[in-house]
Design a protein around this ligand. Structure first.
Ligand code: 5AD
Ligand code: SF4
Length: 479
């Protein structure tokens, strides 16, 4: 449950007898999580309260993902279930409105409404601020399909987040700073579903970060499909990149930790590496997908860098911040990938050493160049390679977690833990940490010693029970 939804539930916001209820199901990336929250923000003034129970909802929205075939298929099977639910409702004289949002909506548009007549509204990631109007149109019985592309208009509507909109979000929050992608990797639908790269202006981002901090957020993760391609006019009149933006956000009152995701190796510039060197509050964890370790496949994927470029980049980042943990994404079985290419991927993983990583079988996406390339790789070969890669990545993750036993560092506590008297927080490297600690440490940083390590979680003990305030921050924006 997102914190937003939790808050709506706990406060019973708008929970009168005539309140309508909306259930939002989110698929895919963090950008969709952020967008789902914005959708519920847009519907709140219309009298829609959030519910966690689809059977209570008057409106169900699926916020979808199109990145791989499996993700898109899930949407159609969910729509099959909703068709049954809607029929049942109709026999009871109750209405149910169904909306499909996100990247499947953007990619397939009217096709969804044709294939799944249960759907009343189809709207892409750029239209959610128009949701109240779309809902009104759909309630007259019209089928609404809205997949126009205007990220700037979307950002314009994010410009002044109201206090109400950022009501209690919990301790951590996402903040979208950039959307879209101009890179056109040959496997990827994002440039088609999310459109061209657009950056939000500094003033909007700072205002939203400040609002989040006022609402109790202590850790902000900047989001973008290509977050390190963010750029904009700086407050000092110079053009800023993500590095300068991070230095600026480090001065926002109340924010104690910063993260960003997801980045492209080609956009890791000097200022961003300097931010890793100088900002203790920028967490030492970097998701920097490389996708493959083979130069031939990197080229076919249009990644526009070599494996050596990637190694050199990681050397520079590690020289700036020795304790940085690397994360990444990998695709196995891209068209033309041979055993030797795959061996290069395994070798790259051995050399870099990942704290965590996501890996996928190549899934041909309609409309992308990869889908029509020769030498598509057999499913069985993809499965074999994926198993070998995941085995190696899991061993690396376990080794990384195990290396933290006995180490002492700050944990940001987010919520009650698994057991009575425990709190759950996050390490600087994003692992969940369970600690016996008093509830008043929620929202605070405290020093913890790691005493045990599970598969995914760490277990620690409080060192002094004191909360720690922030970290050393060199806030000068480098020239
Ligand atoms: N097939 C498999 N994986 C994909 N990804 C993106 N497109 C595809 C595809 N067609 C993966 C990449 C990307 C992550 C978000 O999803 O690894 O970094
Ligand atoms: Fe897709 Fe490549 Fe853009 Fe990432 S950089 S969103 S993988 S096209």
């Amino acid at each position: 449950m997102t914190d937003d939804r939790q808050a709506a539930k706990e406060t019973g916001q708008g929970g009168g007898a005539n309140t309508r209820r909306v259930y939002v199901k989110t698929y895919g990336c963090q950008m969709n999580v952020y967008d789902s929250d914005r959708m519920s923000d847009a519907l709140a003034p219309e009298g829609y309260a959030l519910t966690e129970a689809p059977e209570e909802a008057d409106l169900i929205i699926l916020n979808t993902c199109h990145i791989r075939e499996k993700a898109a298929e899930k949407v159609y099977s969910e729509l099959g279930r909703l068709r049954v639910m809607k029929k049942q409702r109709e026999s009871e004289g109750r209405a149910l409105m169904v909306g499909v949002a996100g990247c499947v909506a953007q990619a397939e548009g009217e096709e969804i409404a044709r294939r799944a007549p249960v759907v009343d509204m189809v709207f892409g990631p750029q239209s959610y601020h128009r949701l109240p109007e779309l809902v009104r149109r759909a309630s007259t019985g019209a089928k609404v399909v809205e997949t126009e592309f205007d990220v700037e208009e979307k950002f314009a509507h994010l410009a002044t987040p109201s206090r109400k909109a950022v009501r209690a979000r919990g301790v951590t929050a996402f903040l979208t700073v950039q959307e879209g992608c101009d890179k056109f990797c040959t496997f990827c639908v994002v440039p088609y579903t999310r459109g061209a790269e657009v950056s939000r202006p500094v003033s909007q981002i700072v205002a939203e970060a400040e609002r989040l901090a006022e609402a109790g957020v202590r850790e902000v993760t900047l989001l973008g499909q290509n977050v390190n391609a963010w750029h904009g006019a700086g407050e000092d009149g110079r053009e800023w990149g993500l590095g300068e933006l991070l230095f600026r956000l480090a001065r926002a009152d109340g924010i104690e930790r910063l993260r960003y995701t997801t980045s492209h190796p080609r956009d890791m510039d000097d200022a961003l590496i300097a931010a890793h060197r100088d900002l203790d509050m920028l967490m030492p964890y970097l998701h920097l997908p490389v996708q493959t370790g083979s130069d031939r496949i990197l080229k076919a994927m249009n990644r526009r860098h070599t494996r050596d470029d990637y190694f050199r980049l990681i050397d520079r980042i590690r020289a700036a911040r020795a304790d940085i943990a690397m994360s990444g994404d990998f695709i196995v079985g891209f068209p033309g990938e041979t055993d030797a290419d795959f061996a290069d991927t395994m070798d790259l993983v051995e050399r870099v050493g990942y704290a965590s990583a996501f890996s996928f079988k190549y899934s041909p996406r309609p409309g992308t160049p990869g889908a029509t390339m020769d030498a598509q790789v057999e499913e069985a070969v993809k499965s074999e390679r994926l198993a070998a890669l995941q085995d190696l990545l899991q061993r690396q993750q376990r080794a990384f977690n195990a290396s933290l036993t006995g180490r002492t560092f700050d944990v940001l506590f987010e919520k009650p833990g698994r057991h009575e008297g425990q709190l759950a927080g996050r390490s600087p490297w994003l692992q969940p940490v369970q600690v016996d600690a008093p509830e008043n440490l929620i929202g605070k940083l405290a020093t913890v010693e790691i005493v045990d390590v599970g598969t995914n979680s760490l277990f620690g003990r409080l060192i002094n029970g004191q909360d720690r305030k922030g970290s050393n921050v060199n806030v000068a924006i480098p020239a």
